[in-house]
Write a new protein. Structure first.
Lengths: 765, 154
């Protein structure tokens, strides 16, 4: 999984220009790959072709800039921050920039996973290059008009100025600029590291000149680093249709799918008499044969999320009739594999940890020997439950399958995969499929899986009508793709006041940690270090959930380190700083985190939270964690209200390189930290006989405003390449809270959710 | 199917729908007003909040047959151009993340501020606790409600 693909591309080959028939200039570019030799630039804005280009920039005769990108928005601000990078290098006023979400042509969309927290990291170089190249083209055009050398001209805020003080607006030279050769030079090839499978990689310095196009020095940025509001804000606050569930066309029908109530069950028979009698119900059909056939054919990882069964679908004139119709359906199910229970998983995972069937993920030195020679060995086990994603907008998709084409519209993060699977499933040509992405009402990993797209397509294929397949909250929670239940057992040896050995074992349902996660801190800091994993294959579908694996691993490791410090009678901050000191200068290239950067965020969080001078009655827990390329430290403030520990505040110190849009970045950071607190405190999801015991918010507790801590954010200022923020502040939050709760109550919590260790009454809406 | 005349955002709208149709789905499917969102359907999340005679009500829990003579306001009708003080505060603070819950948050906040124009932080946190934001934009929602209150007072 952790292969590194290095590709070279020159600016000329990743960017093309054309003159628009209606006026203005069009620039088409790719993020990660060269344009195909056959790539043709459109001359009509209605014919933007995302087959050959990832995105387009239009500069009008009036100097207005429109960015067309199919990258959708799931709440991580990419629709704001990515255009900001282009606008900065192009040097235009932000008021003149407009962002339009293009329609995705699924065949050649390189970064298939849209909108993840890695988008910024991946797009950074290409976006800057594109903006700067476009600016240089405009300058070259103005220079030619004036008959002067381009080096005597400068561009700022949409205006080009020459040595005599004469000026030309961008709009005035677009015609000529579109005809010019795209600037390049001998060494114009820039190296782009793209590790598609693997989200971890090293930092790179942000600097430099590429050919005769000069990128700005970060200290000269006027837009990057300023607060820019969400580009969709007006539509959101006035209730305009933006989301998948809001999408509607003339003649569209609504579909509600009855899926097996328990994992492990398949459809035997059904009776639709009562359902068909519901006013507004048009028909009841069965789907699933096509998906089943695909399932039998392919050994792909989405098998787990496609139950190998037929499903019953109520087709109705409106959503309410579809919901009522489904309630009225009577279906018989049979077990085709054992129905599983959380209680049984508990024992299975413990047995795995006690056993010997592990896969080794990292091994330094000899932990066995270190443990034998130790003065003391500490061993603890940490447990976490399954978790549903609970995106606020439930899964849904629109499909319109006709003989000539297939239109798919909705919120999905893996559009190219989804379209390819639909093509294969329905035996159709991918060329006939068009997939449009809508704004997404949350993702958290759930929309990486395309099960709901396949269902919508299969329904429309059968009924040959435009259809909106939508899940109710109950469907969504009970037929999800869950964060797997995991247990960690960590043991460490102490000798002469030093940690000499560290052995982490993971037992998980279905999936184990992957990639470079076993090389995160404290890997590299302890001489004898080992990570082993084991898994149990379940028929319950599991998958990525915001900050996969680290969302729980961070709590286990950081709680453990805190306990080690206590046992060793060391200051927990100093102990981490000392451990990190040992990583400096490492030549182990699996270690991706920077010891310096982790030390710096830790120190910053300690300083800003007042950790050294705690207030009376405030108990503080501190931790530092690296994941998803970003270094974060958090301090949780807990107070006792009666018998209850209450989380009042989280101080977050973040090193995410250059902060493109602090306003948007802080939103991500606050949300991640509160989400981390919420799921650690309350998130619980139990299976009995293959069925989740909670199916809606009356039984599943999500954090609410009156339980939310205030989040205070501090950035480490530097000019390193930006890294993502959608995930990295979530994992440390649970750890910081657990550590603070220990101080407040005297008890350590080894199990999530923390409320299962407290007597807390759920507060519901 | 029976016909109902509902007074929504100042004008009377006529819809044909089953009598047990929740206002939420009537708005979304029959009247093409999709600003009001479905989140849970059981009155637990607040995504579907609208005003009925000035009170914040969960439209998923209200059947259209119960609304005779009532004044209904949805997010689309809160102001003509997004200039309600609560909407303006939402914009100034840049509250939304994914944005899905925000119409419901705004409707709860605006009804609350009509009744309590000068709330304490504690009162804001309690008044808003019925609205889930899965993206956890809670700090900003709280700040925006406080800002809107200040603006209204000024
Ligand atoms: S949809 Fe009405 S309260 Fe959740
Ligand atoms: S902004 Fe996403 S649910 Fe509130």
């Amino acid at each position: 999984m952790s292969s590194t693909i290095s590709t070279k591309f020159s600016r000329r080959s990743f960017l093309r220009t054309s003159s628009l028939a209606s006026g203005g200039m069009l620039i088409g570019f790719n993020f990660f790959t060269a344009c195909k030799d056959t790539a043709k630039m459109p001359v009509d804005i209605a014919e933007l072709n995302y087959n050959d280009f990832n995105a387009f920039i239009k500069i009008s005769d009036e100097g207005m800039v429109t960015i067309f990108s199919p990258n959708p928005e799931i709440g991580q601000g990419v629709k704001t921050s990515m255009p900001m990078i282009i606008a900065e290098e192009l040097d235009v006023p932000w008021e003149n920039v407009n962002v339009v979400q293009g329609i995705l042509d699924t065949q050649n969309y390189t970064r298939q996973v849209a909108g993840g927290s890695q988008s910024i990291r991946f797009g950074w170089d290409a976006l800057r290059q594109t903006g700067a190249t476009a600016r240089q083209l405009l300058v070259n055009a103005a220079a030619a008009r004036w008959g002067v050398d381009a080096s005597e001209c400068s561009a700022k805020q949409g205006v080009i100025t020459n040595a005599n003080g004469e000026t030309l607006g961008y709009g005035e030279v677009v015609k000529e600029a579109a005809l010019l050769q795209v600037p390049e030079s001998e060494d114009s090839a820039i190296e782009e590291e793209s590790k598609s499978e693997n989200p971890e990689f090293k930092d790179e310095k942000t600097e430099g000149i590429a050919g005769n196009v000069t990128l700005k020095d970060p200290k000269d940025y006027t837009l990057i680093g300023t607060d820019v509001g969400n580009v969709d804000i007006d539509e959101i606050i006035t209730g305009k249709p933006l989301f998948g569930l809001d999408y509607k066309v003339e003649g569209m029908v609504y579909a509600s799918v009855l899926r097996p109530p328990a994992f492990g069950q398949v459809l035997e028979s059904y009776d639709d008499t009562a359902a068909k009698a519901v006013t507004g119900v048009i028909d009841v059909i069965k789907i699933g044969e096509k998906a089943k056939a695909l399932l039998a054919k392919d050994e792909v990882n989405w098998t787990a999320i496609l139950a190998p069964t037929e499903k019953v679908v109520v087709i109705a004139e409106n959503s309410w009739a579809a919901i009522k119709g489904k309630k009225a359906l009577k279906a018989e199910w049979s077990d085709n594999s054992p129905l599983e229970n959380t209680k049984a998983h508990d024992k299975i995972l413990t047995d795995l940890l006690d056993g010997n069937e592990f896969q080794n993920m990292r091994k330094d030195g000899d932990v066995k020997k270190a443990f034998k020679q130790a003065d003391k060995v500490v061993e603890r086990t940490y447990e976490s439950p399954f978790l549903p994603h609970n995106t606020m907008e439930p899964m849904n998709f629109f499909a319109d399958v006709t003989d000539s084409k297939i239109l798919l519209v909705g919120p999905v993060q893996t559009p190219a995969d989804a379209a390819a699977t639909v093509a294969e499933m329905l035996g159709r040509d991918e060329k006939d499929i068009r997939l449009e992405m809508t704004r997404m009402g949350g993702g958290f990993g759930r929309r990486l899986y395309g099960d709901f797209v396949y269902e919508a397509a299969e329904i429309s294929d059968k009924i040959r009508k435009p259809v909106k397949m939508f899940s109710t909250r109950e469907d969504d929670m009970m037929t999800g793709v869950y964060r797997p239940a995991i247990k960690y057992r960590i043991a460490a040896s102490i000798k002469d006041g030093e940690v000499t050995g560290y052995h982490l074992k993971e037992a998980a349902v279905n999936g184990n940690m992957y990639g470079l996660i076993p090389n995160f801190f404290p890997a590299g800091a302890i001489e004898n270090y080992q990570v082993d994993v084991a898994k149990y294959d379940s028929n319950i579908s599991t998958g990525a959930w915001r900050a996969p694996y680290t969302n729980f691993l961070s709590y286990a490791e950081q709680s453990f380190l805190d306990e080690l410090a206590e046992v060793m009678e060391k200051d927990p901050v100093q102990m981490r700083l000392d451990l990190l000191e040992k990583v400096k200068g490492t030549n182990d290239d699996r270690i991706q985190y920077s010891a310096e950067r982790l030390q710096d965020v830790l120190k910053l969080a300690v300083e800003k939270s007042g950790y050294r001078t705690p207030k009376d009655g405030v108990y503080q827990g501190v931790c530092a964690y690296y994941c998803h390329n970003t270094h974060v430290a958090e301090v949780a403030d807990v107070v006792m209200e009666g018998e209850q520990p209450v989380v009042k505040k989280i101080t977050v110190a973040v090193d995410c390189g250059i902060v493109i849009n602090p306003l948007g970045a802080k939103n991500q950071i606050e949300g991640g930290a509160i989400d981390g607190v919420g799921h650690s405190m309350y998130g619980d999801f139990v299976f009995e006989n293959g069925m989740p015991t909670s199916n809606n918010y009356d039984k599943y507790r999500l954090i609410r405003m009156n339980e939310s801590p205030i989040v205070e954010t501090h950035f480490v200022k530097n000019t390193l390449s930006p890294t993502g923020l959608g995930e990295p502040t979530l994992p440390p939050a649970g750890a910081a809270v657990a550590i603070a709760m220990k101080k407040a109550t005297g008890n350590r919590v080894y199990k999530q959710p923390f409320v299962s260790n407290m007597n807390s009454k759920p507060i519901l809406g | 199917m029976p016909t109902y005349n509902l007074k929504i955002n100042g004008s009377v709208q006529s819809i044909e729908a089953a009598e047990d149709t929740p206002l939420l789905w009537a708005l979304r499917d029959q009247l093409d007003m999709v600003g009001t969102k479905y989140g849970c359907g059981i009155g637990q999340c607040g995504s579907c909040t609208v005003h009925v005679d000035g009170n914040a009500i969960r439209s998923c829990q209200l059947q259209i047959s119960q609304l005779d003579g009532k004044e209904i306001t949805t997010i689309e009708g809160l102001s003509e151009d997004g200039s309600h003080p609560v909407q303006e505060a939402w914009k100034a603070i840049d509250v939304p993340q994914c944005g899905y819950c925000q119409a419901g948050q705004i409707m709860t906040a605006s009804a609350f501020l009509e009744k309590n124009p000068n709330p304490s932080r504690e009162e804001i946190r309690n008044a808003m606790h019925g609205n889930i934001c899965r993206c956890a934009s809670y700090n900003r929602i709280e700040n925006a409600v406080a800002m809107a209150a200040e603006k209204k007072m000024a």
